[in-house]
Design a protein around this ligand. Structure first.
Ligand code: SAM
Length: 216
């Protein structure tokens, strides 16, 4: 009976995963995110096949810190999941990191990364109000889960310091190129890098500057 129950649970999760793979307008409930993190569905983000697009983000972080700011950075990671970006970033490389995610299970797993300058908060990014301003705000494979990606980025501008920038990483599938075009209409594209991994999966990772700050 228990084996049957486990098999049914697994099947249920697989079906949920299939429907929640995309974002792009599909509403994915917090319960599904929690089930997916519990089932290990997102473990693959920590594999070597995913490393390249995280490393571009890390490259942008170092570029902004060393070339533009010449100071330590505060980072907001929106939809941080298990905090995988911290696999590639040592705590000494930033002044503070805050990861927010709607999934309590993701936040629980993310706690494996710890440090006095690392914090995780369970929150819905559609409503979240940050209590501080950041040098960099990262949307890593998350902006397409927003009700309105452009409006979300515009709202998050108020949580950026005057010189602050966004890093937006988008997994290329279906209509993602339309999303990128729409986003790029509202921001100055400081850099846009395309990555393809050994499994032919593609990402576009961009460093974006809010328009009203482009004279700064
Ligand atoms: C594809 S995962 C990416 C995780 C992480 N950014 C990474 O790349 O390692 C998308 C994440 O967005 C989170 N998410 C989706 N909608 C959200 C929302 N409205 N508020 C906060 N987090 C959300 C999910 O829980 C999930 O952890």
């Amino acid at each position: 009976m228990d084996i049957l129950k486990d098999k049914l649970k697994k099947l249920f999760r697989q079906i949920l995963s299939r429907f929640s793979a995309y974002g792009y307008g599909y509403k994915i409930s917090t319960e599904v995110w929690n089930l997916e993190y519990e089932s290990g569905r997102w473990e693959y983000l920590s594999t070597i096949h995913q490393m390249a697009h995280y490393m571009i983000i890390v490259g942008y972080i170092y570029h902004v810190r060393d070339e533009l700011l010449k100071n330590n950075l505060s980072l907001l990671d929106v939809g941080c999941g298990q905090g995988v970006i911290l696999r590639y970033l040592e705590a000494g490389q930033f002044s503070n990191y805050l990861g927010i995610d709607i999934s309590s299970e993701a936040i629980k797993q993310a706690q494996s990364y710890s440090g006095s300058n690392i914090q995780f908060v369970e929150a819905n990014f559609e409503e979240y109000e940050a209590e501080q301003k950041f040098d960099l705000i990262i949307f890593n494979e998350t902006i397409y889960y927003a009700n309105s990606p452009v409006q979300t980025l515009l709202r998050y501008q108020k949580f950026l310091k005057p010189h602050g920038l966004f890093i937006v990483s988008i997994y290329i599938q279906r209509n993602s190129l339309d999303y990128i075009k729409k986003i790029n209409n509202f921001f100055d594209v400081v850099s846009s890098i395309k990555v393809e991994n050994d499994k032919r999966k593609k990402w576009t990772i961009e460093l974006l500057k809010p328009r009203k700050l482009s004279q700064a």
